[in-house]
Write a protein that binds this ligand. Structure first.
Ligand SMILES: [Zn+2]
Length: 401
């Protein structure tokens, strides 16, 4: 997930293209640093990126020339001497579109470099809406925001990319939930960019993976290399980061932890199997944001609701213990509808963890809720939108201008 800078050490065998690629990588590392960390002094960049002062000066001059950052004198530091210049991402000028297609809603945002939300739109997603039918709604959001930026500026605003978080689940008109068929539900091959009114193809990913990416970049799991993010949205899927890398599997379909079988005698699952983790939890508490909230609230006064929460939290802990044994994460994050269930039944989740997880795996694990809350999938989609720019800042800015 992270890009380390390369030291600019000339060797006799290096030819011009290699120097170019080192420079490109350093430009990307610097821009990524201020994108994630915000305003940063040149002195800190020198330290953090392990490059010398003159190299940092040359890189910031290039990025400023391309209109991606600006530099200024910091606020009063109270220290004597000349203050180090502060480098900031040009959030209002350089932007991307982030979209998320969740089971019960559609969202889109115009996000500035640095992760600043500049504009946003949201609508409920009616039951039975197929993924491809939602493209028209998203295109409307984009058109709206394009008009807004054209009218209000800035005049030199530049669009650099877009990302879409897509839930693998859809809800039928009768309320039942099913998984989308294998294969990318929204394929850029189908001219998706053009259908959305964008002049370049969006990058797509699934909701749990992108929520994990968001929490890893600027949320509850910042700087952590081994993270399991669990997203409840009709079912349960996971975004897994192992050794600092996102784990998505061969076809990008990994992380379907909701279909781990936890009870062979359990109830039939929509996936064709039975006793799947999400199905066993949903027997007590439906994995739906509103439904979870209703049961949790009722548990304050209603013993039956209290028992349902206990049962569901117990099953939740059962699956978490298995995942902790497999991935040995330092942090498990409970997002989407699972957030409320975890908060209401944390003692039961921990109880399962302490009896089922191996001591070596459970000792260092922290259970958390997302710092970005329900925005995590959208924030993750925005990270995808900037991926290309951060890989090759000057080329991408040039092509976009
Ligand atoms: Zn299943």
């Amino acid at each position: 997930v992270s890009t380390s800078p390369q030291r600019n050490t000339p060797t006799t065998q290096r030819s011009a293209p290699t120097q170019d690629s080192v420079r490109r990588q350093n430009l990307g590392a610097l821009l990524r640093y201020v994108h994630v960390s915000g305003a940063t002094s040149r002195a800190e960049l020198t330290n953090q990126l392990g490059l010398n002062r003159s190299t940092i000066g040359a890189l910031t001059a290039d990025l400023a020339g391309a209109g991606l950052i600006d530099e200024g004198v910091p606020q009063e530091t109270g220290r004597a001497g000349r203050p180090s210049l502060v480098v900031r991402p040009r959030s209002s000028r350089v932007y991307g579109y982030a979209m998320s297609i969740e089971v019960d809603r559609l969202r889109a945002a115009r996000v500035g470099l640095g992760g600043k939300v500049l504009d946003s739109r949201e609508l409920p997603r009616p039951h039975g809406t197929a993924v491809h039918d939602t493209v028209a709604t998203l295109a409307g959001f984009v058109r709206d925001m394009q008009h807004a930026v054209a009218a209000a500026g800035p005049a030199d605003a530049v669009f650099v990319g877009s990302g879409i978080a897509v839930s693998r689940m859809m809800r039928h008109a009768d309320g039942t939930v099913r998984m989308l068929p294998a294969g990318p539900p929204l394929s850029p091959d189908a001219g998706l960019g053009a259908r959305l009114g964008l002049d370049r193809e969006p990058v797509t990913g699934n909701v749990a993976d992108l929520a994990a990416l968001a929490e890893h970049t600027r949320g509850a799991a910042t700087g952590l290399d081994n993270v399991v993010y669990l997203h409840g949205d009709a079912g349960i899927s996971a975004g897994i980061i192992a050794g600092g890398r996102r784990v998505t599997g061969h076809g990008g379909h990994g992380g379907e932890v909701g279909h781990m079988v936890v009870n062979p005698q359990g109830r039939d699952c929509g996936c064709g199997s039975r006793g799947c983790w999400e199905t066993e939890i949903a027997r007590s508490v439906p994995l739906d944001r509103d439904a979870v909230l209703a049961v949790v609230e009722a548990a304050g006064s209603d013993p039956a609701a209290r028992a349902a929460v206990r049962q569901a939290a117990d099953w939740l802990g059962f699956g978490v213990a298995n995942l902790v044994n497999v991935f040995n994460p330092t942090t498990v994050v409970f997002g989407g509808a699972l957030r409320e269930l975890y908060l209401a039944g944390a003692a039961h989740v921990r109880g399962r963890l302490s009896t089922m997880a191996l001591p070596a795996c459970r000792e260092h694990v922290r259970l958390r809720t997302p710092l970005l809350g329900d925005d995590a999938p959208l924030v993750g989609a925005a990270e995808l939108a900037f991926e290309r720019l951060l890989r090759d800042p000057l080329e991408t800015a040039d092509a976009a201008a």
